[in-house]
Design a protein around this ligand. Sequence first.
Ligand SMILES: *[C@@H]1O[C@H](CO)[C@@H](O)[C@H](O)[C@H]1NC(C)=O
Ligand SMILES: *[C@@H]1O[C@H](CO)[C@@H](O)[C@H](O)[C@H]1NC(C)=O
Ligand SMILES: CC(=O)N[C@H]1CO[C@H](CO)[C@@H](O)[C@@H]1O
Length: 283
Amino acid sequence: MKGFGVAVLMFMLLNLAITCNAQLRTGFYWGKCGKNSVEGLIRGVVQARLQRDPTVAAALLRLQFHDCFVTGCDASLLLDGPKSEKTAFPNLSVRGYDIIEEAKLLLERTCPVPKTVSCADIIAVATRDAVFLSRGMNYRVQTGRRDGFVSSAANVNLPSPFITVKASIDAFKAKGLNKTDMVLLLGAHTVGITHCPLIFNRLYNYNNTRTKDPTMKDTEFNAWSKLCPNPSSTNPKDIATLKKNKPIALDQTVGSIKTSRRSQRSPRHRSSFRDRPIDCWHR
Ligand SMILES: *[C@@H]1O[C@H](CO)[C@@H](O)[C@H](O)[C@H]1NC(C)=O
Ligand SMILES: *[C@@H]1O[C@H](CO)[C@@H](O)[C@H](O)[C@H]1NC(C)=O
Ligand SMILES: CC(=O)N[C@H]1CO[C@H](CO)[C@@H](O)[C@@H]1O
């Protein structure tokens, strides 16, 4: 079921990309990196990371979702800069940049022609591999994406984790995605965990009332407060693991399953990957 959901999710993400870029095809990189397999090299990086940290799959799914939802799958999420989303937003819960960086560096070192592989493709392939290697489905990823180099604050429209379900449905609808898509996208990209600080307000201080959201059922409150008992925690690593066979219902706000929040992007920042510049999107 999880594998199915994730595969559908990826299918939708790929569709988002395809509508923006008609040249995508399976095996775009065949023969473009000497005798090396581009996808094989990326998979090696992901596999090594996953062995050390199984949460990498969720991190990459979320990274791809955030990238694709805003201006398509163009790696614009990787853009750095003094006011870029990555730095302005409390980014500790957004992870996986370093995996993309590691794969990019490996490809730059290995392929005879520099800048052969786009970061947008690395994200798509790495996410697929992380899903598959976490016992999800395998699926073909079409490649040939170009990295974007424009990033505009006006385009940032990821729904906040604190909005109502209705508002979330509308936000997805504006992207041509329906309720099924929404549930899969919001649910799958956490792969079974959520961040406690995102739901503390509903559990312990709803609308500054110092008590729970009155619309939250007691059974639900009991379940969640056991998973997230420390209301003062601001540690983004404070997470609740959701039990596979005991789903906690999605109720009238989506915060409980959602972890996305966006801040402003600054226009046109070069990717610097901290102090090591990689021209991720100019190919
Ligand atoms: C959403 O669209 C998909 C096809 O893209 C379809 O399979 C699904 O049933 C739709 N869900 C709803 C709630 O309309
Ligand atoms: C939050 O509290 C304010 C008053 O303090 C009230 O006007 C508002 O309707 C409340 N909002 C919700 C969503 O309960
Ligand atoms: C990947 C990234 O940009 N990480 C930054 C997150 O924010 C902390 C502090 O705000 C920075 O030190 C990280 O470099």
